[in-house]
Write a protein that binds this ligand. Structure first.
Ligand SMILES: [Zn+2]
Length: 471
């Protein structure tokens, strides 16, 4: 089992760097290989995940990945690996890193007026990745390490979204080279639009959403003189660009596409998160009041969520009750239902509820987290481990799953397994030294011969990576 974890971790994270790849000095020569692009993306992600603005919410990232993959599978590179994530930032922006990492600001998710609009932005970013736009920008430069290229990728994105704040980051990083790259983006934008639009259509969304969103962005910019949304800087919108897309869309068949409930629920969750618990309760109560506005199911979900945050679990249960009858099949509704039941200590049938819910929605990690917590409280460590091991096969890069695994092992007194699992948690959070320390503890606690040899080889690889970082 451990071997599987290790392979999974190795194919998807920083460990690949030490995995017998050619000398990193080669990276500046020609076009980057897919592996090199992935490594640049992975390295950039360590910086991004460590940032306060990275939104660590499994429900929101699961939703973005589900929507994103619906598009990827209809793109020019359906087999390419992607990771979609949210940045907790009110400014309107979206960006793509080499290797398939696509970030969307919460401000952008909230300003979209339909799921097709959000999909149009993701489709455009996916095209930047599949056409290697950012990768091509940095590959012509003389950077001799993947780390330097990752740093420059992040600097370019920062410079384009906020020219003032990022000046410091650019100093000493070939400022001239970056500036030139910033200016040559029109062709990239047009290409990303064209391919993004094709993807949007193939995936079954409303294609009119793309010009509608761009036009609104452009109008907003004219209103907010001197305060251009970041999205306009990272993806310059010209009138020709909008006219070109609008022209293409006119030749496509009309299709009315309803938003998914998850899209509405994600927006309600973000609206709740943006406010204090009391403000959120007031906001959603008002939306459900006589002057009803917005999707009523989503507003009710938002109210129940806000009441839970405000420690009013009994009222949350009351307000939430109609939803459970109305909306039978949605993972976010099921997650909140479980949380409300637990907060109200309605323990009867709870295990069964979670068993069914995790079977119905095996990809919804928030449900797994809560179910495991419940199993641990009930001292059912073996059941918890069984569930976690299954989940880790589908989500091998989720540090939270390893953390829960470590807690289960700890309760069972299995110290070697505990520290081994913790090492993965640290590694996936980008804390290499913490990971090495945990592996050493696992080695000291070791009794299982097979696991010991795996730990030894992991230690060797982790130390090689640490040494490469120090250079
Ligand atoms: Zn763009």
């Amino acid at each position: 089992m451990k071997n599987l974890l290790f392979i999974a971790l190795c194919t998807s994270s920083l460990l690949c760097r030490a995995d017998g790849l050619p000398d990193l000095g080669d990276v500046s020569q020609a076009a980057l290989s897919p592996q090199q692009e992935r490594q640049i993306g992975e390295q950039s992600m360590f910086e991004i995940r460590a940032d306060r603005s990275y939104l660590d919410d499994a429900e929101i990232s699961d939703y973005l990945n589900q929507l994103g993959y619906q598009l990827v599978s209809n793109s020019s590179e359906p087999g390419q690996e992607f990771e979609f994530f949210a940045i907790n930032d009110n400014s309107i922006n979206a960006f793509a890193l080499p290797g398939g990492f696509v970030g969307v600001n919460t401000g952008l998710i909230l300003i979209t007026q339909s799921e097709s609009e959000l999909a149009s932005v993701l489709g455009h970013e996916i095209a930047h990745v599949t056409q290697h736009h950012l990768a091509r920008m940095i590959s012509g430069q003389k950077f001799d390490t993947i780390t330097a290229m990752a740093a420059i990728a992040v600097a370019i994105l920062a410079a384009r979204s906020n020219p003032e704040a990022s000046t410091a980051a650019i100093v000493g990083m070939q400022a001239g080279a970056i500036q030139r790259q910033l200016n040559f983006t029109r062709a990239h934008e047009e290409e990303a639009d064209r391919l993004g639009l094709a993807t949007l259509q193939k995936a079954g969304f409303d294609v009119r959403a793309m010009p509608a969103f761009l036009e609104r962005m452009q109008k907003n910019t004219r209103l907010l003189e001197g305060n251009t949304p970041s999205y306009m800087r990272t993806h310059p919108i010209t009138s020709e660009r909008v006219a070109d897309i609008a022209g293409r869309v006119q030749q496509m068949p009309y299709r009315l596409v309803a938003d998914s409930l998850s899209f509405q629920l994600v927006r309600a969750k973000l609206q709740s998160m943006q406010r204090s618990p009391q403000e959120a309760v007031a906001y959603f109560s008002d939306a459900l009041g006589p002057q009803k506005h917005g999707n009523q199911t989503a507003q009710r979900y938002g109210l129940a969520l806000a009441l839970m945050r405000n420690h009013q679990s009994a009222r949350a249960a009351q307000e939430f009750a109609p939803l459970q009858k109305e909306v039978a099949h949605n993972p976010m509704i099921a997650t909140l239902a479980g949380q409300i039941m637990r907060a109200n200590k309605s323990d009867k049938g709870l295990i069964e509820f979670y068993r069914n819910a995790t079977q119905n929605f095996p990809q919804h990690r928030a449900l797994t987290y809560d179910y495991v917590e419940l199993l641990l409280q009930g001292l059912r460590y073996d059941d918890a481990l069984k569930l976690l091991n299954e989940q880790i096969i589908s989500h091998p890069s989720d540090p939270r799953l390893y953390e829960l695994q470590a807690r289960s092992y700890s309760a069972l007194g299995k110290r070697q397994d505990e520290h081994h699992a913790l090492a993965y948690t640290y590694a996936l959070h980008g804390n290499l030294y913490g990971a090495i320390e945990q592996l050493e503890l696992a080695k000291q606690a070791g009794t299982d011969y097979y696991q010991l040899s795996a730990i030894e080889s992991e230690l060797k690889q982790f130390r090689e990576i640490a040494a490469a970082h120090r250079k």
